[in-house]
Design a protein around this ligand. Structure first.
Ligand SMILES: [Zn+2]
Length: 263
């Protein structure tokens, strides 16, 4: 089984090197020590091509609906893009947070505008219980997501048959992301290439994994004073828009259902 995965791993290594050249990840990685190892993950599914999937421990896996069986490559490309997007967004938020509103350049103004639109306040807004500006919390979470995706932990992506979702997590089931059929599909959303859409979905699910951000917290804990900072949909659509991509209208609507500040 391990022998049969070797060509696939070589393929991943060479595409990682291509991705590093393409996306500046190498230069960014130098800012972090120890050096990132690159994505570490398994895909659990049934019925895919040899070497694509590990055994399904849960017994509830389905086939990843990818023509040609290239499941790992699609996940790998999405994870590499997610690392890039999460770090790029953290940099943008930090730059806008550190610059007073009247001194911001064009890009910082746009980042702050989108931040206010989705999170309801300026990234520089001081949140007493967070011990700093709102933007610092958001950028710290996004950098942690990037670092965990970049080899900080080994992740399991498990294919499931559920409809009505791109992906989901289960509270208490750590380091695991469940991928639904629409994750693999060509959705053709405006201004949003499939690899970037999948990257946004993976970041969304990693926020659930790392921080227990809960899309339903607004129902479980309506007293939460800044609900959108706890809603993974808001992070997902904000980071795609801040990087010049379209947002998934489903995420825009879901984020908008969460109230703004509740005092
Ligand atoms: Zn969610």
């Amino acid at each position: 089984m391990y022998r049969s995965t070797e060509p696939e791993l070589e393929d991943e290594l060479s595409s990682l090197m291509e991705a590093l050249v393409r996306t500046d990840l190498e230069a960014e990685a130098e800012e972090y020590t120890p050096a990132a190892t690159g994505p570490l993950f398994d895909v659990a599914c049934n019925g895919c091509a040899a070497g694509q999937c590990v055994a399904c421990q849960s017994g509830a896996c389905t086939a990843c609906p990818v023509a040609g069986g290239g499941c790992r490559r699609i996940v790998f490309d999405a994870v590499v893009e997610a690392i890039k997007l999460a770090r790029s967004t953290a940099d943008k938020v930090d730059a806008a947070t550190a610059t007073s509103a009247d001194s911001r350049n064009k890009e910082q103004k746009e980042t702050a505008r989108l931040y206010r639109f989705f999170f309801c306040h300026d990234p520089s807004w001081f949140i007493s219980w967070a011990g700093g500006p709102s933007g610092a919390t958001v950028s710290t979470r996004l950098r942690a997501v990037a670092n965990e995706l970049d080899g900080g932990r080994r992740l399991l992506f498990e294919c499931r048959a559920q409809g009505g979702c791109n992906a989901f997590t289960i509270p208490g089931v750590h380091s695991t992301v469940f991928l639904c059929p629409p994750f693999w599909a060509t959705q053709g959303l405006a201004g949003l290439p499939e690899v970037n859409r999948r990257a946004g979905t993976i970041i969304h699910e990693m926020l659930h994994n790392l921080y227990d951000l809960d899309d339903s917290r607004r129902f479980n804990n309506p007293a939460q004073p800044t609900p959108r900072r706890f809603d993974a949909h808001c992070y997902e659509v904000f980071l795609l828009r801040a990087n010049g991509y379209g947002g998934d209208p489903t995420d825009v609507a879901a984020c908008g259902q969460a109230p703004c500040e509740v005092f």
